[in-house]
Design a protein around this ligand. Structure first.
Ligand code: BGC
Length: 532
C-alpha cells in the first residue's frame, strides 16, 4: 500500500543536492507521532482492561468473574469475553478496511490531506474513548482510531520517503519502527500511573492521553507541505518543482525533478499491479511476504503486547505488579529494537531470525512448564521466585522478537518484491498483517481459557514451523541491491529458482526502475514508504 515511493533520490547512483531543511526536521517529528500513535493504541488496551473500574463500567460480567476469584472460575478464563476482545481487536479490523480507502486518497487527494484525515479520525476516536458512557461509544471510538491507523500508516511513511533526502531515509524508517515500540512503552507507563488514580477515572486519562500524538499529527499535517511526488502525480508540475526547491533548500533541483517526471510516467505504465503480483514469477516474494506476516503474528507477540497486564494478573500478580511487569516488557521491546537496528546489516536477516527462533521457543516452553505445574484452573501457587522467572522468560521472548520478527517482518517484504509489484505487494503485506493482528486480538483470551498453559506450546510450535521456513525457504537479502535480487537471490535459490523462467520482457525491473523510480541499488535499508 505505502509502496509508491521507493527510497531513492539518486540518478545513476549520484546523489541529488539536498540540505536538511526545517521541513525535513518536521518530517521526522511526523514520523515520531505516526509511530507513537500506533504504538500507543497497541499498548493501551491491555492496561485499561485490567483496571477494575473500567471493567465494572463496561464489562460487569468480566469484573464479577475477576472478583469472584479462582474458586468459581478457572484462573485462565477470568478475562475470556468476546466483547472485551472486541475492544482491542476492532481497531485492527477498522484499520484493515481503512487501508483500502487510504490507498485511494493518498493517490488522488495527496499525502497531506490523508494525514489530516487520519488526525481527525484519531482526535474524534480519542474523545469518544475518553468520554465513553457505554460499550457502544467505546467500540465506536476504537473503530475511529483504527480508521486513523489505516490512513496514517498509509500516508506518513510514504510522505517521509518522498520528502526526505536519500541519506536519512533509512534512518527515518527505523525511527518510525522504533516509535511504535516507544508508543507501546509510553502506554504501559501511563497505565501504570493512571491505575493508581482513586475515583475510577484513571482509564479515561489513559485513553485520553492518546490525544497528544493525535494532536501533534494533525497540527503537523497542517504545517507541512504536500510532497513533490504527489503534486507531479496529479499533474501540478510547477507547484511540484517549487516545493522540491523549498524542501531541498537549493535551486538546483532539475536532475531530481526530471527523475520525478520519469518516475511518474513509468508508474502510470504499470496498469495492473495486483494482477502482476499473482503471476508465477512473482510467487516467491508473494509467498514470503504473506508467510512472514502470518508468522510474525503467530509468534504470539501481540498476546503479550495487548494483554500483558491481563496475563500477569491471570497468573496471580496483583494489579500493580501486573502493570509494572508490562512496563518492563515494554522497555525490553524498545531496547531490543535498537539491537536490531545495529545488527541487521552486519549479521544478516537469517541469523537474527534463526537465533530468535531458538530463544523464543525455549522461553515459551519454559513459561508453559512453569504455568503447567504451578497454575491450575482453581489454584495458583506461583511463588515470588517463579513469578520473577516468568517475567524474565517473557522478557527473553520479547527481546528475541524485537530484534527479529518485529522489524524484519516489515523489512524483508519491502526489499524483496520485484520492482513493478512493490506497491501492490506492500498493500497485501500490510493487510495480511492487520488481519492476523485482528485475529490474535480477538482470539487470545478465549484461547488462553481453552488451551490454558498450552497456549505457549501452541505459539512455540508456530515458532518451530517459522524457523524451519526461514532455514529452508528464506534467502538472505543482506547487502543485495534490489535490482539484482532476481539474478543473485531467486535464480540461485534451490526451491524458488523454478519460478524464475526467463520471460521477463514485460517486466519493468529489468530497466532498474521501482514503482516507476530509479533504484540506487541500496536495498539493504528500510524503504520508509513501505513500513506499515
Ligand atoms: C508488529 C506489531 C507489534 C509490534 C510490537 C510490530 O512489528 O507488527 O503487531 O505490536 O511489532 O513491537
Amino acid at each position: 500500500m505505502a509502496g509508491g515511493g521507493f527510497a531513492t533520490a539518486t540518478a545513476n547512483g549520484v546523489e541529488f543536492e539536498a540540505k536538511i531543511t526545517p521541513i525535513v526536521i518536521i518530517s521526522c517529528i511526523m514520523a515520531a507521532t505516526g509511530g507513537l500513535m500506533f504504538g500507543y493504541d497497541v499498548g493501551v488496551s491491555g492496561g485499561v482492561t485490567s483496571m477494575p473500574d473500567f471493567l465494572k463500567k463496561f464489562f460487569p460480567v468480566v469484573h464479577r468473574k475477576v472478583e469472584a476469584g479462582a474458586d468459581k472460575n478457572s484462573n485462565y478464563c477470568k478475562y475470556d469475553n468476546q466483547g472485551l476482545q472486541l475492544f482491542t481487536s476492532s481497531l485492527y479490523l477498522a484499520g484493515l478496511t481503512a487501508t483500502f480507502f487510504a490507498s485511494y486518497t493518498t493517490r488522488t487527494l495527496g499525502r497531506r490531506p490523508t494525514m489530516l484525515i487520519a488526525g481527525v479520525f484519531f482526535i474524534i476516536g480519542v474523545v469518544l474513548n475518553a468520554a465513553a458512557q457505554d460499550l457502544a461509544m467505546l467500540i465506536a471510538g476504537r473503530i475511529l482510531l483504527g480508521c486513523g491507523v489505516g490512513f496514517a500508516n498509509q500516508a506518513v511513511p510514504l510522505f517521509l520517503s518522498e520528502i526526505a533526502p536519500t541519506k536519512i531515509r533509512g534512518g527515518l524508517n527505523i525511527l518510525f519502527q522504533l516509535n511504535v515500540t516507544i508508543g507501546i512503552l509510553f502506554a504501559n507507563l501511563v497505565n501504570y500511573g493512571t491505575a493508581k488514580i482513586k475515583g475510577g477515572w484513571g482509564w479515561r486519562l489513559s485513553l485520553g492521553l492518546a490525544g497528544v500524538p493525535a494532536l501533534l499529527l494533525t497540527v503537523g499535517a497542517l504545517l507541512v507541505t504536500e510532497t513533490p511526488n504527489s503534486l507531479v502525480e496529479r499533474g501540478r508540475l510547477d507547484e511540484g518543482k517549487a516545493v522540491l526547491r523549498k524542501i531541498r533548500g537549493t535551486d538546483n533541483v532539475e536532475p531530481e525533478f526530471a527523475d520525478l517526471l520519469e518516475a511518474s510516467r513509468l508508474a502510470k505504465e504499470v496498469k495492473h499491479p495486483f494482477r502482476n503480483l499473482l503471476q508465477r514469477r512473482n510467487r516467491p516474494q508473494l509467498v514470503i511476504a504473506v508467510a512472514l506476516q502470518i508468522f510474525q503474528q503467530c509468534t504470539g507477540i501481540n498476546a503479550i503486547m495487548f494483554y500483558a497486564p491481563v496475563l500477569f494478573s491471570t497468573l496471580g500478580f496483583g494489579n500493580d505488579a501486573a502493570l509494572y511487569s508490562a512496563v518492563v516488557t515494554g522497555a525490553v521491546n524498545v531496547l531490543s529494537t535498537l539491537v536490531s537496528i545495529y545488527s541487521v546489516d552486519k549479521v544478516g536477516r537469517r541469523v537474527l531470525l534463526l537465533e530468535a527462533g531458538v530463544q523464543m521457543f525455549f522461553s515459551q516452553v519454559v513459561i508453559a512448564i512453569i504455568l503447567g505445574i504451578k497454575v491450575t484452573d482453581h489454584s495458583q501457587n506461583l511463588s515470588k521466585g517463579f513469578a520473577i522467572l516468568v517475567v524474565v522468560m517473557i522478557c527473553t521472548y520479547v527481546a528475541a522478537f524485537a530484534w527479529s520478527w518485529g522489524p524484519l517482518g516489515w523489512l524483508i517484504p519491502s526489499e524483496t518484491f520485484p520492482l513493478e509489484t512493490r506497491s501492490a505487494g506492500q498493500s497485501v503485506t500490510v493487510c495480511v498483517n492487520l488481519l492476523f493482528t485482528f485475529i490474535i486480538a480477538q482470539a487470545f483470551l478465549s484461547m488462553l481459557c481453552h488451551f490454558k498453559f498450552g497456549i505457549f506450546i501452541f505459539f512455540s510450535s508456530w515458532v518451530l514451523v517459522m524457523s524451519f521456513f526461514v532455514m529452508f525457504l528464506l534467502p538472505e537479502t543482506k547487502n543485495i541491491p534490489i535490482e539484482e535480487m532476481t539474478e543473485r537471490v531467486w535464480k540461485k535459490h534451490w526451491f524458488w529458482a523454478r519460478f524464475m523462467d526467463d520471460h521477463h520482457d514485460d517486466q519493468v525491473f529489468a530497466t532498474g526502475h521501482v514503482n516507476g523510480k530509479k533504484s540506487n541499488g541500496k536495498s539493504n535499508g528500510f524503504d520508509p514508504s513501505t513500513r506499515l
